[in-house]
Design a protein. Structure first.
Length: 258
């Protein structure tokens, strides 16, 4: 039993979702709010990671603790879906409890370490490290949220206490790119796997160059190394599951019905 706050909806085969940094499980734009219609056919299990949403505070969010939490939710068998840094957590959780995984879906996986030998990925890793170190420690809540979104070319959403908490948790978490991902057992697993990317075709040029191209390379290499199918969603960037939910939900239904 974990300390997480977990939202559960629907009946049928269970599907566990792992949200990325700076959000929470059922957030409409950055979490999995757009996947709630899947509860018409499946049992959705939507945990808030520690430090996010309605889960307890934590001194520093940690991918290893998150992976243990998620692995504990897989008992009895479940489909597993992770987005961004949450996809790294999902990969670690799947490796911890492989017999309980029915399928694995990685959406825009931020597993830079898997493709770190690619020059554009190595450069992105360096930029990410520099960006974390350069954030002024005394930013106001409003400025912190604004900087987080405007730095990648997006207008900041309305500032709420929940969004401020999620942004500060993301700022202080142990970066997921430091995790050692056991690729071999994932590649050897019998369950089907899917890697989903946005097409990044409508993203601001700087965001596509510095964010999209490296993460698309991560996805390509990851799919190749674990033997996953791959879906690229035109008209979406880092959140294809909320930007183009019809395409992603259809792919999830197809995968989960196998």
């Amino acid at each position: 039993m974990t300390a997480l706050h977990v939202t559960e909806l629907g009946d049928g085969a269970r599907a566990v979702f792992v949200h990325g940094s700076g959000t929470w499980a059922v957030h409409e734009a950055f979490g999995f709010g757009a996947q709630l219609p899947l509860a018409e056919e499946f049992r959705l299990v939507l945990p808030d990671r520690r430090g996010y949403g309605r889960s307890p505070d934590v001194e520093r969010s940690d991918y290893a603790q998150d992976a243990d939490d998620i692995a504990g939710l897989l008992d009895g068998g479940a489909h597993l879906v992770g987005h961004s840094s949450g996809a790294v957590v999902a990969m670690l959780a799947a490796a911890r409890n492989p017999e309980s995984v029915r399928s694995l879906t990685l959406i825009e996986p931020a597993c830079f370490q898997i493709a770190a030998d690619a020059p554009l990925v190595a450069a992105a890793l360096e930029r990410n490290r520099d960006a974390l170190e350069s954030v002024p420690p005394d930013l106001s809540d409003e400025d912190l949220v604004r900087l987080n979104f405007e730095s990648v070319g997006f207008e900041a959403p309305p500032v709420t206490p929940e969004l401020v908490r999620a942004t500060r948790s993301a700022l202080h978490e142990i970066p997921s790119w430091g995790a050692e991902i056991p690729v071999e057992p994932l590649a050897a697993a019998a369950w089907p796997a899917l890697v989903v990317n946005g097409g990044w075709d409508e993203a601001p040029q700087a965001y596509r160059e510095h964010g999209g191209e490296p993460i698309m390379e991560c996805a390509r290499v990851t799919a190749e190394r674990i033997g996953a199918d791959r879906l690229q969603v035109p008209g979406a960037s880092h959140w294809p599951h909320s930007q183009r939910p019809a395409a992603v939900n259809a792919a999830l239904r197809e995968l989960w019905r196998r």
